[in-house]
Design a protein around this ligand. Structure first.
Ligand SMILES: Cc1cc2nc3c(=O)[nH]c(=O)nc-3n(C[C@H](O)[C@H](O)[C@H](O)COP(=O)(O)OP(=O)(O)OC[C@H]3O[C@@H](n4cnc5c(N)ncnc54)[C@H](O)[C@@H]3O)c2cc1C
Ligand SMILES: NC(=O)c1ccc[n+]([C@@H]2O[C@H](COP(=O)([O-])OP(=O)(O)OC[C@H]3O[C@@H](n4cnc5c(N)ncnc54)[C@H](O)[C@@H]3O)[C@@H](O)[C@H]2O)c1
Length: 494
C-alpha cells in the first residue's frame, strides 16, 4: 500500500511530536511513524521516571534539614510507593494518552518500524501485515533519538548489564548496584538508588560530570558519598562477569574487584540511525546526522518545480530531509530537542507553503540557542544547574573571561531553605561585551535558577542592567545579587 502526506516524521518521541504538531498547525497533512511508544525515551525510560525515582528521597532529605519538619519525619522512604508513583508518571508504559493527543491535533499515527527508501519515501513495516510506503510531498523529519553505548569491556555484553532503561523501569531494587560511568545518568541513578538503600559503587574513568565546572563534579561526588555511595574516580573496568551466584564481578586495573547484583552502564549515547535507510539517501548508517540551524540535512534538497509551493521560485533548492533531536547530536535534552522540533516544524511548513523563511540567528526557523544557551540540570543532592559556557569552554572559544563566584552561604534564602546549606554559583562573563555567557549553580533546589541565567544569556542583558533585575528577599535568586556584588557596583553614568 502507498499513502501520501505532506510531511512524514520518523519517530514519535518528544521531538517528533513537536515537529508534527507545528507542521500540522500550519495546515499540512502529517504522518508520524512509531515502532515503540508514542512519547519516546523521555516519557517512559528517561527524564520522567528518573526524576520521579529521585524526587521522594530528595524531599525527605530536604525535610530533615529543617528543624521542626525534621522531627516530624519518623519513618524511612517507602520504596514501593516511590515505584508506584513512577509507574503512574510513565502511565504504566502505556501510550494511550499520547496517542489521543496526536489524534486531537490531527496527526496520523502509523505504527511500525520506518526506514527511508530514497528521496521523500519512508517504508513502514507494521507489527502485522504488509509494508506501507509513505510518500512525503514536502519533507521527512528523522527524529529517531539515541541509544545507550555499551563500551567494549571484556565480558560486559555477556554479563546482562543494565542500561538506563533497566534502571528507570526497575520493579525491585538490587541490594548492590555498580555503575560504570561518571556522567549525568551515573550521577542521577547513583543518587536515586543510594536513596533507596542500595549499596552503590560508581566507577568513573575520570571525575564526575567532566565537562562541567570542576566544583560541580566535586560537590556531586561529595553528595553521593554523603548518601553512602562509594565513588571511585579515575578507574576503568577491565573485565565484567557473572559468578556462580549470578553476582556481577567487575575487575579493575591491578586485579581489584567490585561485586554487585547489577551493573548499570552509563557511558553515553550513540545515534539511533542504523536500519533506517540512511544509505538510500547518501548518508552513513549509524552516524549522527549533521544538520544546519534550520535542522535540514545538507545536500538533501529538491527543486520546488513547476508544482512547487505558491509563489516559490520553481528552481529554488528546497530541503526535504530534516534530522531533529538527539539524532543530530546538537544537544541531547528533551527541552532542546523540542525547541528544535518547533523550529523544524515551522520551517518545513514555511518552505512547503512558499512563505518567508526566517533563518537569521534567533529567527523563528532556527535553533540558535543550541550554540550558546543549552540549560542542563543534573537532578540529585546537590542539584547542578548549568547553562552556556563553563570558564574552560569560554576560554577555548576565545572569550575574554571574567568570573563571578559566590557561596550560597551568603544568601539568606538558602539558609532559610535548609540548615547548613552548602552550594556555589559561578557566572562566566564575556568582559568585552559585558554580558553573561555561562552560569553554574550547585546546591539543593538550584534547578529553577538556570532559567534566569538562560534569559540573561539569550537576551544578552548587559551586566550593569542586571543590577535592576532585583531578586526578591529572601529567595535563592538573591545569589544573583551576591554574584553582581562580587563584581562590584558599576560606575555612575556621565
Ligand atoms: C536516563 C535518562 C534521563 C534523562 N533525563 C533527562 C531530563 O531530565 N531532561 C532532559 O531534557 N533530557 C533528559 N534525557 C535526555 C532525553 O531523554 C532525550 O534528549 C530525549 O528523549 C530525546 O528525544 P528524541 O525525540 O530525540 O528521541 P527519543 O525520545 O529517543 O524518541 C525517538 C522515538 O523514535 C522512535 N523510533 C526510533 N527509530 C524508529 C524507527 N525506525 N521507526 C519508528 N520509530 C522509531 C523510538 O521508538 C522513539 O519513540 C535523559 C536521558 C536518559 C537516558
Ligand atoms: N537531567 C538530564 O537532563 C539528563 C539526565 C540523564 C541523561 N541526560 C542526557 O543523556 C546523555 C547521556 O548521559 P550519560 O550519562 O550516559 O552520558 P555522559 O556523556 O553524560 O557521560 C558518560 C560517562 O561515561 C564515561 N565513559 C564513556 N566511555 C567509557 C568507558 N569505555 N569506560 C568507562 N567510562 C566511560 C565518561 O567518562 C562519562 O563519565 C547526557 O549527555 C544528557 O544529554 C540528561
Amino acid at each position: 500500500m502507498q499513502r501520501e502526506f505532506d510531511v512524514v516524521v520518523l519517530g514519535a518521541g518528544p521531538v517528533g511530536e513537536n515537529v508534527a504538531d507545528r507542521a500540522r498547525a500550519a495546515g499540512l497533512e502529517v504522518a508520524v511513524v512509531e515502532h515503540e511508544l508514542v512519547g519516546g525515551e523521555c516519557s517512559y525510560w528517561a527524564c520522567v521516571p528518573s526524576k520521579t525515582l529521585l524526587r521522594s528521597a530528595t524531599a525527605l532529605r530536604a525535610a530533615r534539614r529543617v528543624p521542626g519538619a525534621a522531627e516530624a519525619v519518623t519513618g524511612d522512604l517507602d520504596v514501593a510507593a516511590v515505584l508506584a508513583r513512577r509507574d503512574y508518571w510513565v502511565s504504566d508504559w502505556d501510550d494511550h494518552g499520547a496517542v489521543d493527543w496526536l489524534d486531537s491535533v490531527g496527526v496520523e499515527l502509523v505504527r511500525g518500524h520506518g526506514r527511508l527508501d530514497g528521496e521523500r519515501r519512508v517504508v513502514v513495516s507494521p507489527p502485522e501485515g504488509d509494508d506501507v510506503v509513505l510518500v512525503a510531498r514536502h519533507a521527512v523529519a528523522v527524529c529517531t533519538g539515541s541509544d545507550p553505548i555499551i563500551p567494549d569491556i571484556d565480558g560486559l555484553g555477556g554479563a546482562r548489564p543494565w542500561t538506563s532503561r533497566d534502571a528507570t523501569s526497575a520493579q525491585s531494587i538490587p541490594a548492590r548496584l555498580a555503575i560504570i560511568g561518571g556522567g549525568v545518568v551515573a550521577a542521577e541513578m547513583a543518587a536515586a538508588y543510594a536513596g533507596f538503600g542500595s549499596e552503590v559503587t560508581v566507577l568513573a574513568r575520570s571525575t564526575m560530570l567532566r565537562g562541567m565546572e570542576p566544583f560541580a563534579g566535586e560537590a556531586v561526588t561529595a553528595g553521593l558519598r554523603g548518601l553512602g555511595a562509594t565513588v571511585r574516580l579515575g578507574v576503568t573496568p577491565e573485565r565484567v562477569a557473572r559468578d556462580a551466584d549470578d553476582a556481577v564481578v567487575i575487575t579493575l586495573p591491578g586485579g581489584e574487584t567490585v561485586v554487585a547484583d547489577e551493573v548499570l552502564v552509563a557511558t553515553g549515547r550513540g545515534p539511533r540511525s542504523t536500519g533506517i535507510g540512511l544509505e538510500t539517501v547518501g548518508l552513513e548508517p549509524g552516524a549522527w546526522i549533521e544538520v544546519d540551524d534550520t535542522l535540514a540535512v545538507a545536500g538533501a534538497s529538491v527543486t520546488a518545480g513547476p508544482d512547487g509551493a505558491d509563489g516559490a521560485d520553481p528552481n529554488a533548492a528546497v530541503p526535504w530531509l530534516y534530522a531533529v533531536g538527539d539524532v543530530n547530536h546538537r544537544a541531547l535534552f528533551t527541552h532542546q530537542g523540542k525547541y528544535q522540533g518547533r523550529a523544524a516544524g515551522d520551517v518545513i511548513a514555511a518552505r512547503a507553503l512558499g512563505r518567508p523563511v526566517d533563518d537569521a540567528p534567533f529567527g523563528v526557523h532556527v535553533a540558535t540557542a543550541d550554540h550558546l544557551a543549552v540549560p542542563s540540570i543534573v537532578f540529585g543532592d546537590p542539584e547542578v544547574a548549568t547553562v552556556g559556557h563553563t570558564a574552560a569552554t569560554a576560554e577555548q572559544a576565545g572569550v575574554a573571561v571574567r568570573l563571578a563566584e559566590v557561596e550560597f552561604s551568603s544568601v539568606s534564602g538558602a539558609g532559610i531553605l535548609a540548615d547548613g546549606y552548602a552550594g556555589r554559583a559561578r557566572l562566566v562573563i564575556d568582559d568585552e561585551r559585558a554580558v553573561v555567557v555561562g552560569a553554574t549553580f550547585v546546591g539543593q533546589d538550584t534547578a529553577e535558577l538556570a532559567h534566569a541565567a538562560t534569559i540573561a544569556i539569550v537576551g544578552e542583558v548587559p551586566v550593569d542592567r542586571l543590577w535592576h533585575a532585583v531578586p526578591a528577599f529572601p529567595t535563592m535568586s538573591e545569589v544573583w545579587l551576591r554574584l553582581l556584588e562580587s563584581l562590584g557596583r558599576p560606575e555612575a553614568r556621565p
